[in-house]
Design a protein around this ligand. Structure first.
Ligand SMILES: NC(=O)C1=CN([C@@H]2O[C@H](COP(=O)(O)OP(=O)(O)OC[C@H]3O[C@@H](n4cnc5c(N)ncnc54)[C@H](OP(=O)(O)O)[C@@H]3O)[C@@H](O)[C@H]2O)C=CC1
Ligand SMILES: O=C(O)[C@@H]1CCC=N1
Length: 263
C-alpha cells in the first residue's frame, strides 16, 4: 500500500511516524519546507518531496494534513492527479466533505478522518466518515488506522464533535496531567517523580475503564473510603467547578470548530 501525506506539520509528522513504525507501507511525504522533511530523509520505504502532485501520482491513498486555510488551494493544485481509484483523506478540522467534493469532484473516494497526535505511537482514537462514493472503502481505512490505534466509523455530522473530544482532547488531558504534577510537587515530590506519578496514574485510570468496561463512578466508588481523603478532594474539586469547567471547555471548543467550518 502506497500512502502520501501532504503537509508534514504536527499531525502529518505524527501520522508519518505511526505509519513508519508499522513498517508495511511505502510513504511519500510532501511539504513546502525542507526542514519539515529533514527527520524523514533516508528512512526505509519513505520518499520525501516538495512536489505535492508527484506524491499524489505515486500513491493509492493521499492524506491531506494541512491547515484549513491551506487545504483548498492544495486540493485545487493536485486535483488533476487524483483518480477514481485514489482514496483521499482529509484530517483538516472543520473542512466538510461537500467542500472537498466541490474542488476534486464527488466521483472521488473522500474521507474525513480525525486522529490525534498519539497516532505517532499507535495509540490514536481515530474517527472516520466517508462520502457516498467511498462507503465500500471504509473497511480498508479502518484496517489501516486500526494498526495505529482504535477506530470508530461515524456519520460526518459527528466529525466536528469527535475533533474536540479526541483530537483537542489530547491537550485537555495533558493539562489535567500537568495540574496533577503541580499538585504533587507542592506536596513534596521532585518534578520528575511528580510527572511519573501523574502519568502512570492517568494511564492506570484509563486502562481500568477500557479493560473493565465499567462506568467511572463505579471505579470512583471503590476508591472513596467513607469520610476519607478521596471524597474530600473530589468534592473540593467539584465545588470549584471541575466537571463544569471541562464541559464548558468542550462546548467552547465545539463552537469554535463550527466557526472554522464557516470560513
Ligand atoms: N495537531 C493536531 O493534533 C491535529 C490537527 N488536526 C488538523 O490537521 C491539520 C494540520 O494540523 P497541524 O499538523 O497541527 O498543522 P501544521 O501547521 O503543524 O502542519 C501543516 C503543514 O502543512 C504544510 N503545508 C502548508 N502549505 C503547504 C503546501 N502548499 N504544500 C505542502 N505542504 C504545505 C506546512 O508545511 P511546511 O512547514 O513545510 O510549510 C505545515 O507544516 C489541521 O487542519 C488541523 O485542524 C486534526 C487533528 C489533530
Ligand atoms: O486546534 C485545532 O484547531 C486542531 C484541531 C484539533 C486539534 N488541533
Amino acid at each position: 500500500m502506497k500512502i502520501a501525506v501532504i503537509g508534514i506539520g504536527n499531525l502529518g509528522s505524527s501520522i508519518a511516524n505511526g505509519l513508519i513504525k508499522n513498517n508495511t507501507f511505502s510513504l511519500y511525504l510532501s511539504s513546502r519546507k525542507a526542514s519539515s522533511l529533514e527527520a524523514f530523509k533516508g528512512v526505509e520505504n519513505v520518499k520525501t518531496t516538495n512536489d505535492n502532485a508527484w506524491a499524489v501520482e505515486q500513491s493509492d491513498i493521499v492524506i491531506f494534513a494541512l491547515q484549513p486555510k491551506h487545504i483548498d488551494k492544495v486540493l485545487a493544485e493536485v486535483s488533476g492527479k487524483i483518480t477514481e481509484n485514489h482514496i483521499v483523506i482529509s484530517v483538516a478540522a472543520g473542512v466538510e466533505i461537500p467542500r472537498i467534493e466541490s474542488i476534486i469532484g464527488s466521483d472521488k473516494n473522500i474521507m474525513r478522518v480525525m486522529p490525534n497526535t498519539a497516532i505517532s505511537i499507535g495509540k490514536s482514537m481515530t474517527c472516520i466518515a466517508a462520502n457516498d462514493r467511498a462507503q465500500d472503502k471504509v473497511s480498508l481505512a479502518q484496517d489501516i488506522f486500526n494498526q495505529l490505534g482504535t477506530t470508530l466509523v461515524i456519520p460526518e455530522e459527528l466529525i466536528q464533535a469527535a475533533t474536540v473530544i479526541c483530537a483537542s482532547g489530547i491537550a485537555f488531558w495533558m493539562r489535567l496531567v500537568r495540574a496533577t504534577t503541580q499538585g504533587a510537587i507542592q506536596l513534596g515530590f521532585e518534578a520528575h517523580e511528580a510527572h511519573q506519578l501523574a502519568t502512570q496514574t492517568c494511564f492506570g485510570a484509563a486502562s481500568l475503564l477500557i479493560e473493565s468496561g465499567k462506568h467511572p463512578e463505579q471505579e470512583i466508588d471503590r476508591v472513596t473510603t467513607p469520610s476519607g481523603c478521596t471524597i474530600e478532594g473530589l468534592n473540593a474539586m467539584e465545588h470549584n467547578g471541575l466537571s463544569s469547567a471541562l464541559i464548558q471547555g468542550i462546548v467552547a471548543s465545539f463552537e469554535k470548530i463550527n466557526q472554522i467550518k464557516k470560513n
